[in-house]
Each structure stands twice: as C-alpha cells, then as structure tokens.
Design a protein. Structure first.
Ligand code: BG6
Length: 507
C-alpha cells in the first residue's frame, strides 16, 4: 500500500455482527441466490459479520430438502473457484466460512401464490426475519400480500420483519405506483428494502466521499464551472439468455430509471445533512424530482445488429434466442437530461447505456468549462481542452482527470495529461459481489443504499414520456462491437459536444 494513504473509519459494512435473524429467500433455486447471495453471505461469514443465531430458509416450488439445498449451493460455490469469469471468483472456498453458512441453510417447498406455503413458512420462522424476493417481478405483489395476510410482516417486541425487493420495480410510472400501493398496504415503508445493485458497488458509494470530503472539488461542482456531465454504462455482453425478459423491457426500462438515475443522484444531489438514510434518500428524491421529463427529441434508441465483439462474430439482437425477428426493442439508449434546480440549471447531463458496445465501461465524466483564452492568443495554442474528471466505476475503479500542462520547450504549447488513481493501487479489496454491504445493511436496518417509494417513482416519472412515445417507434441500428448508433453522436454534436471514447481514459 502506498505510504501516503492512511486508512481510517469502519470497514465497508460495519465491524459488529448483524443482529440474529432468518433470511428467507424466495427463489432459492434461482440464479441470483447462487451467483450473488451465497457468495455475499460467505464473505460476510468470513468477516465475522453474521451472528451465531443467523439462519437461511430457501423457499422454492421445486422438490428439495435441507440437505439437498446445502449440497446444491455447496456445488455452485465450489464451481466459482474454476470459473474466472463468474462475478465471484476465489482460489478456494474457505471451509470455515462456508461451513458457517452451509450449516444454517434450510429448505421449504412452496408455491409463491399458495396460502398453504405461508402457513408452513409461519411454522418454520420466529424472531426477526428478512424476506428476500429473488423471484420474477410478477411475484413481488403476491408474495408481499401473502406475507402480510399470514401475519408474517408484524413487528413486535424488538423483532423486525423486512422485505428485500429486487428490480425491476414496476415497468412504468403507473405500475410502480400500483406496486408501491399494494405492498404498502401490508407493511410500513421502513420495512421495504428496494435494491438497486449499482448502489452495492463500492465506487458508486464512494462518489459521496469524493464530492463532499474534498474541499477542492465541492465548490466547483455546479453550473458556474461544469459545462456538462456524461454518464455511461456500456456493456460488451449481448442479451444472452434473457431475451424473453428483455423483449418487453428494453434498455430504457432495464437501466435508466434505476441504475443510471442512481449514478445521476450520487453525482448531482445536494449534500445531505448527515449520512442518515432519510437524509440521503431525501436529497436523492429532490434531485430526481428536479429532472425535467425527457422529450423524445432528446433521446435516441438503438438496437445492435450482427458484428464482432472481442474478436468473435456475434449475432444481431433479432437473432438472439427468444427475440422476435422484427423486434423494435432497444438495446441502446442515449439521453439528454436537464435538471431544474439552482445548482444545475442549464447544465446538460448526457446518459448512455447499451449492450454489445466496444468496451465494458461504467463511468461518470464531469466536463468543466474552460478558463478565458485571451492569455494564449499570441501563442501557438489554438484552444484550451476542457478539464474532464472521469469517475471510473467498472471495470476499472478509480478516477482520471485531464489537465492542460505546458509542453517542455521554448514555446508556450500545451499538452493534455491525465492524473489518475486506481483504487486497487491503494486499497486491498477482497473478491466481493457487491451484495455484502446490501445484505448486511438490511440486517442492521440501514436503508441508505435502498430506494424509497418516492425515489422509485421519480425515476419512472422522468422516463415515462419516453416510454409512451417509444411504443411503436423505430430503432436506430448499430453494429455489435461499436460505440452505438450515429444518431447518438448527433445528439451531442448538435450541442457542439462529443461522447468520450469508451476507454476510461486509456486511449
Ligand atoms: C441489470 C440489468 O440490472 O444490470 C442487466 O438487468 C445489466 O441487463 C446489468 O447487464 C448490469 O450490471 P453490472 O453490474 O454488470 O454493470
């Protein structure tokens, strides 16, 4: 570790074990449980953050037993040691940490829509419970209703009952409102933990520290100094096996009101009065409410055609499994957003996300206004390149800032240089899947990183006009392995701007 770095403060998710509770996982046989929840619990156990009285009860409609589920999940944990491409990859599985989790796993067979399953569930749990809905979105409402009707959401005598809900939370503003109303009829808002996994990413959480812990950044983070902001979430993967989900969903619903809005909120919200969950979520809500509803003319929708990705030929979206040959679903979105508040009035925020793009890159780039040019009038300098600060979130984690410096030599000539840091050069990170903090926070009752009903609805409200306008709208095509459709370039070109290349500053 670099000697100039001092580490202080508590570890990412506290130092004390979370209070004892049962984690009931609906969808125990599913992908999310295997790929993310179990590795996260294993890491929490390894860090001593789970109480002795912690238990897991997997619920699913297939046949299994306590021991059967233990064996299945042990097999997937072992498989991660051989698969370097999995979200969680470790050289070996520590028998002590995994044993702690494994021994606490139980199984309950049940149909999510059958009241009998909840009667049986009631017989298996007591004390504090976190119900984790790792299931398809159509089950969110019914499961919460059944839990409520069975009395499983009642909190008494210091016992907590919480429900974690995955995305997608609704498919537009009306359905999100309806789902909020449906679940809030069964329990209090404070019992619901709506997950957005982007908030589990350490680098997303660190945006607040970067902005508010640095005196040289905070004062310039505003319209007087910022020309515009670009937020990018580019992926190289295609739609994979998720065609059936993706066809009615598309990139706008899949990524914008949730993940990209979280990045937007982190980078643009006002400083909360404290790190208290309500203070942070209140500032996010204010920011999201200030986002002007997006006009169709400020948005581009694209779809990938066949092309080459990482040296291989890949098929176009319409030839992916479970996708219509005439699909008009977008796999790429670019947007221009305006924020109508005092800090950001007049500063455009450009957002883009897409599948099958040139590189995988999630970043936020703050483009600063250039200083006055007159000093350089009589030199060889023809323009001042803007300072750009790139907050790199994925796959590289760190930041890179473009500055103008004098080139060595007798004349005044400028060169642009990048001053950069990578988290990995300063901090040692253990392999983690980003769900560790989220699960721990839910068990300790810290809702800061979860979305409140109003946060969710504000995200949908901003994109709702586009969802309506895009029902039968055509898509612009881009070849797989490129930076997106030409129309997205035009969106910025008409404002005299350009997207940054998808290289995180390395090109
Ligand atoms: C999910 C979307 O929520 O986020 C996926 O449904 C997308 O389509 C994924 O690939 C991106 O997340 P990450 O963490 O891989 O950047």
């Amino acid at each position: 570790m670099d000697p100039t770095v001092t580490l202080s403060g508590p570890a990412a998710c506290g130092t004390e074990p979370a209070p004892p509770c049962t984690l009931v996982i609906f969808g125990a046989a599913g992908d999310l449980t295997k790929r993310l929840l179990m590795p996260a619990l294993y890491n929490l156990a390894g860090a001593g953050l789970l109480a002795d009285g912690f238990k897991i009860l997997g619920v699913d409609h297939n046949d299994n037993t306590d021991e059967g589920l233990r064996q299945d999940l042990t097999a997937t944990m072992e498989s991660f040691t051989k698969d370097a491409s999995s979200e969680f990859h470790a050289d070996h599985i520590d028998p002590k940490a995994w044993g702690f989790v494994r021994d606490r796993i139980g199984f309950l067979k049940g149909d999510f829509e059958d009241p009998a399953a909840y009667a049986a569930l009631k017989g298996r749990v007591g004390g504090s419970v976190v119900f984790y809905l790792a299931v398809a979105a159509r089950f969110f409402g019914p499961i919460v209703e059944h839990l409520g009707q069975a009395g499983l959401l009642e909190q008494q005598d210091g016992v907590f009952r919480r429900v974690v809900i995955e995305k997608p939370f609704g498919s537009d503003l009306a359905s999100a409102r309806a789902l909020n109303a449906r679940i809030l009829a069964q329990a209090d808002e404070s019992q619901f933990y709506r997950i957005d996994h982007f908030l589990g990413k350490e680098t997303v959480q660190s945006i607040m520290a970067l902005r508010f812990a640095n005196g040289m950044l905070e004062p310039v983070w505003r319209r007087e100094y910022v020309d515009h902001v670009q937020i990018t979430a580019a992926e190289t993967i295609g739609v994979e096996e998720r065609g059936a989900f993706y066809e009615p969903t598309g990139a706008l619903r899949d990524m914008v009101p949730n993940h990209l809005f979280q990045l937007l909120c982190m980078v643009a919200m006002e400083a909360p009065n404290s790190f208290d969950a309500e203070a942070v979520r209140g500032e996010k809500a204010k920011l999201a409410e200030a986002v002007r509803p997006i006009e169709p003319g400020d948005a581009v929708r694209g779809q990938y055609t066949a092309g080459r990705e990482e040296g291989l030929d890949v098929v176009g979206y319409r030839d992916e499994p479970h996708v219509s040959g005439e699909s008009h679903t977008e796999t790429y979105v670019a947007l221009k957003l305006g924020i109508e508040n005092w800090r950001w009035a007049g500063v455009p925020f450009y957002l883009r996300t897409g599948k099958r793009m040139t590189e995988r890159l999630t970043e936020i780039a703050i483009h600063f206004k250039p200083p006055p040019f007159h000093l350089f009038r009589e030199t060889a300098v023809t323009e001042l390149a803007p300072n750009v600060m790139r907050l790199l979130i994925d796959p590289e984690q760190g930041s890179s800032t473009i500055l103008n410096v004098k080139r060595p030599g007798p004349q005044m000539q400028l060169g642009s240089v990048a001053t950069a840091f990578r988290y990995a050069d300063f901090f040692q990170e253990k392999p983690n899947v980003g769900y560790e903090t989220l699960l721990y926070d839910c068990m300790v009752g810290d809702a800061t990183l979860f979305q409140r009903a109003d946060n969710i609805e504000a995200g949908w409200a901003a994109v709702d006009p586009l969802l309506k306008a895009w029902v039968d709208a055509p898509v612009a095509f881009y070849a797989a392995g490129t930076d997106g459709p030409k129309e997205a370039e035009d969106l910025l070109a008409r404002d005299g701007r350009r997207w940054l290349p998808l290289d995180g500053g390395s090109r």
